[in-house]
Design a protein around this ligand. Structure first.
Ligand SMILES: [Zn+2]
Length: 53
């Protein structure tokens, strides 16, 4: 699954491929692949050096 974000209204959805038409704003907008930008996938906080050490 890939996360897609509507560049027009910011609506996000998970699908293998971006929809032709945004289900939120109803426009044929560009969908941005935001798979690696969701909090669960944020490597800047879960990876790297632990500041508490
Ligand atoms: Zn939209």
């Amino acid at each position: 699954m890939t996360s897609w974000k509507c560049s027009n209204c910011g609506y996000t959805l998970e699908a293998d491929a971006p929809p032709e038409q945004c289900p939120s704003c109803g426009e044929r907008c560009d969908f941005i692949d935001v798979s690696c930008y969701i909090p669960e996938c944020d490597t800047t906080t879960s990876g790297g050096v632990d500041e508490r050490l």
